[in-house]
Design a protein around this ligand. Structure first.
Ligand SMILES: [Zn+2]
Length: 917
């Protein structure tokens, strides 16, 4: 349900009110007064819900098992008829909004976006603080605003049928779904239709300004923003997409290609974002974000100068119809062969589309490039001039001593506002010359032309088959399955290329990563062209292997693969690119673990995995690496390889075999013998042991703390462990909601509260997590312990009906067909990466669940989780936020915890499970 009102409607004296209303709407209704009713109904029936507040609309959505759609709709609809907005829930929900804000407090993108709001013209609706936090809401009350009255007022004025767009995706026939809608939503009060026409063109920002914003992460990013008129009604022509295609292009002649050659820029993107502040009825904001190198930061004005040369080149050449036709072909093809999304996401997309597109285009609107209108493109280009541009530079190289420093009031981020010299502006307005290296792109050779389905003549009965191994040679092993389900001309081909000693030492692991990044850089132009034509590539380092994934339309896939592999084979890095890519990787290492949640995951894996190179040590090694080191390492990387891959989708068996031949014919490496391939081993924590690792946050200003309590269960031996995996999932399904309800809703410990199974290199485990900006890890640990101790009572008291719901919900989950080819490939691939090869794993687990009783779950809990359970062992990770005192750790040492001071020596004296993958 999209309701056409969002944070632009916030009153100045109560900022964040629309967001707060979104939270309060769920707090019970006249029909269902219990505030937990909706969530617990959904959770019991395999569902979940969420909501978000945009600038001009607010969206509420849920999903649930098919049979319970009506029950869930019944509860959902009442929020739009008679919400209670319970006064007693308000203080608590203010805390929830505050925790949510604390999550983004150290996020550079959010800080920038708030700076842009803060410096927006006074009186403009963007000149707001849309998140809301405790201060904005409590201050409002302090200054006499009756928040509850304001919320009700906001609700009364805006929540009516004329402003609502509802999408229901269900398994029942349409008449039945329509009948339910009429029955349940007929009491929504009526109101005037939403007005989506463009509003006044009041300027957003003062022209000629440069804003320097102090960054949290180690980055230099230049943002250029141009304000275009609202283009809602031009969605059949999409002039902004034509321009973003060219300004964001990465092939020869493009801005990025040119700026990379100068060594100034590493990545660049351009276009009108999909968010509400970028696409509102007030304006479309076209933004370029340009990641600069150190040298690019020094030459930032020259970079902008090149941007204006390119813009001038566009203004001087007529808009090109053939370029629009390419976009049109791609759009048409994407619509024709669109892959299904998870229904929850799809419902949200459609409800948003209903706000912007006419009725007949709700489904296809975003793919449409119906009419070529060169005049409209020219008109849009007129707005790309320095008098209509805002410049932001986000960097840590920020003059901390400057007298001109100001603070954005909500995030407290430091910034400096400067005037751009008028001589510069003049030179951008009329570039003296256009560098001959800037020109329009070539025709895209990767746009597919062959969409025939390979399965047309195959017997339908094979649709239930699993991938088969069709090539099993020493050098390459290939799994294959022709798609019989989705019938789209797409294929996903994934490969794991094992490299000799790829991560056997700290230095090798850094060299492997450098190599992968340089290879990607070298391939960028080709990969980008293919990506535009919806054939994508992902290259990453996984352990000691290079993982290469090609996915998208299958027509040109073999050409792209040949291209990648011949570059791989003949790769000879260049010094200037080495320096840039090294600087990039240094930055990536420095920025690792800046978020406390990923930091805690990192720390857990660092203890669990036998081979795990510390990122700070990697950084040290990297700083001292030379170009010669890399060149010397290439023979190591290329000498011995082993490939295991999967071809899934619209490929015949012969085509898949040919793909394996591309590997054999292009790569000259020897086979990496099996015993030389890396296998990951996981630490064996003795029963009864409680390890704790406590660390401070990496970012000194980060207020959030994280506690992650991990219980190893057993090694996942494959088929024999089916029942154990299924019980673990069932336990998770039963306790997930009570855990959330207790720690987040009732105790308000923090915004992120979750618990779920973990699979770490075939080690099955279970994890409880909380992230909090208000409480210290020691307290959070005690609340998690308290919850876990209470589970005996909770499980004993679980009535049969509820248990049945969880069990059948989970069975349905396991048997649910994947929505698209990509999801299905992902399932198969994880079986190959984990070397489990149980392609029917979910089905087998569903069968086990049929015979499962409540007693099985209790027995599992009593074996692995309960305090004093015989096989209980714990690994707690505590990440201390800047306001928590790590000395508190001493309190835990008195208890049963063993503190890990030195991970290396712990591993030196530990046993490890034998490697399964
Ligand atoms: Zn929220």
């Amino acid at each position: 349900m999209c309701v056409g009102m969002g944070s632009f409607a916030d009153p100045l004296e109560a900022q964040g009110l629309a967001h707060f209303l979104e939270h309060m709407l769920f707090m019970g209704s006249s029909e269902f007064p219990d505030e937990n009713e909706y969530d617990s109904f959904l959770s019991k029936h395999g569902g979940e819900s969420n909501a978000f507040t945009e600038t001009e609309y607010t969206c509420y959505h849920f999903e649930v098992k098919r049979e319970y759609l009506k029950g869930a709709l019944d509860r959902f609809s009442q929020f739009f008829v008679s919400p209670l907005v319970k006064a007693e829930a308000m203080d608590r929900e203010i805390l929830a909004v505050d925790s949510e804000f604390n999550q983004v407090l150290q996020n550079d993108t959010c800080r920038l976006s708030q700076l842009q709001s803060h410096t927006c013209s006074q009186g403009h609706p963007l000149n707001r603080f849309t998140w809301g936090n405790k201060k904005s809401l409590v201050d409002a009350m302090g200054s006499g605003v009756n928040l509850r009255e304001e919320i009700l007022q906001m609700y009364m004025n805006n929540y009516h049928g004329g402003a609502m767009k509802l999408v229901i995706i269900g398994g029942e026939p349409l008449d039945i779904l329509e009948g339910w809608t009429m029955e349940l939503f007929s009491n929504v009060k009526s109101g005037p239709l939403l007005d989506m026409t463009p509003k006044t063109d009041m300027p957003f920002w003062k022209p000629g300004k440069l804003y320097k914003l102090d960054a949290v992460r180690d980055v230099h990013i230049l943002y250029l923003s141009w304000t275009l008129p609202c283009l809602h009604k031009e969605y059949m022509k999409k002039p902004e997409d034509y321009l973003s295609h060219l300004l964001g292009h990465e092939g020869k002649g493009s801005l990025l290609y040119f700026l990379k050659a100068k060594g100034w820029v590493s990545t660049l993107s351009a276009g009108v974002g999909s968010g509400g502040s970028e696409r509102s009825s007030y304006a479309y904001i076209f933004e370029m974000s340009i990641h600069l190198t150190d040298s690019g930061l020094k030459n930032v004005f020259e970079v902008i100068g090149v941007v204006y040369q390119y813009i001038d080149m566009l203004k001087q050449s007529e808009p090109q119809e053939w370029i629009f036709k390419e976009l049109q072909d791609i759009g048409y093809m994407e619509f024709r062969f669109a892959e299904e999304q998870p229904p929850d996401d799809y419902a949200v997309d459609l409800a948003e589309n209903m706000l912007f597109y006419s009725e007949k285009h709700v489904v296809c609107g975003e793919y449409l490039y119906e009419a070529w209108d060169p005049e409209l493109v020219k008109h849009a280009l007129c707005f790309f001039n320095p008098d209509n541009m805002r410049v932001d530079v986000l960097s840590r190289s920020f003059d901390k001593q400057s007298q001109a420093i100001q603070r954005e009031p909500w995030f407290g981020s430091q910034y400096i506002e400067e005037d751009i010299p008028s001589s510069l502006i003049e030179s951008w307005r009329n570039p003296v010359q256009i560098d001959a290296n800037l020109h329009l792109p070539r025709k895209n050779e990767f746009i597919p032309g062959d969409f025939t389905l390979r399965n047309a003549n195959s017997p339908r009965s094979s649709s239930e088959d699993n991938p088969r191994c069709i090539v099993d040679e020493q050098f390459i092993k290939l799994w294959y399955k022709m798609d019989m389900t989705f019938n789209v001309p797409r294929a996903n081909t994934y490969f794991l290329i094992s490299i000799k000693d790829g991560c056997s030492s700290l230095k090798n692991s850094v060299l492997t990563e450098l190599f992968a990044n340089l290879l990607k850089d070298e391939l960028n132009e080709v990969l980008y062209q293919a990506y535009v034509a919806k054939l994508e590539t992902a290259i990453s380092v996984v352990g000691s292997s290079l993982e290469i994934k090609l996915y998208g339309y299958n027509d040109k896939l073999p050409i792209l693969l040949s291209n990648i592999l011949s570059t791989f084979q003949s790769f000879s890095p260049k010094t200037d690119r080495f320096e840039v890519i090294k600087e990039d990787l240094e930055r990536a290492y420095k920025n690792t673990n800046m978020k406390p949640m990923s930091h805690s995951t990192y720390l857990r894996l660092q203890v669990l995995r036998e081979i795990f190179w510390d990122v700070d040590e990697k950084l040290e090694v990297l700083m001292n690496l030379t170009f010669t080191d890399l060149v010397k390492s290439l023979p190591m990387i290329l000498s011995q390889l082993h490939i295991e891959g999967l071809c899934h989708g619209n490929l015949s068996e012969v085509e898949a075999i040919n793909i394996s031949k591309i590997f054999r014919n292009t790569l000259s490496a020897q086979t990496l013998p099996e015993e030389a391939r890396h296998g990951d081993r996981v630490i064996c924590i003795p029963n009864g042991t409680n390890f704790i690792r406590s660390v401070r946050v990496k970012n000194d200003l980060e207020e959030n703390s994280v506690v992650e309590v991990y219980f190893p269960i057993e090694q996942d031996t494959g088929r024999e462990a089916t029942r154990l995996r299924a019980i673990t999932d069932l336990f998770s399904s039963i306790i997930e909601e009570p855990y959330f309800d207790q720690l987040r809703t009732k105790e308000q410990l923090g915004y992120t509260v979750d618990s779920s199974p973990r699979m770490t290199y075939r080690m099955l485990g279970y994890c409880f997590r909380v992230m909090s900006s208000k409480y210290s890890p020691v307290y959070l640990q005690s609340r998690i312990d308290n919850f876990i101790n209470g589970l005996s009572t909770l499980l004993d008291g679980l009535d049969n009906e509820t248990f049945e719901h969880h069990r059948s919900g989970l069975i349905a989950d396991k048997l649910e067909k994947e929505p698209s080819l990509s999801y299905q490939t992902g399932d198969y691939w994880s079986q190959i990466v984990d070397k489990r090869y149980m392609f029917d794993m979910s089905k087998l687990e569903a069968e086990e669940l049929r015979t499962m009783q409540k007693a099985d779950v209790i027995a599992w809990y009593n074996t692995y989780i309960r305090s004093s359970a015989p096989k209980r062992r714990r690994l707690a990770i505590h990440v201390y936020g800047c306001n928590s005192d790590i000395a508190e750790l001493a309190k835990l040492q008195e208890q049963s915890w063993t503190v890990i001071d030195d991970v290396k020596s712990l591993k030196g004296s530990s046993q490890f499970y034998s490697s399964l993958c």
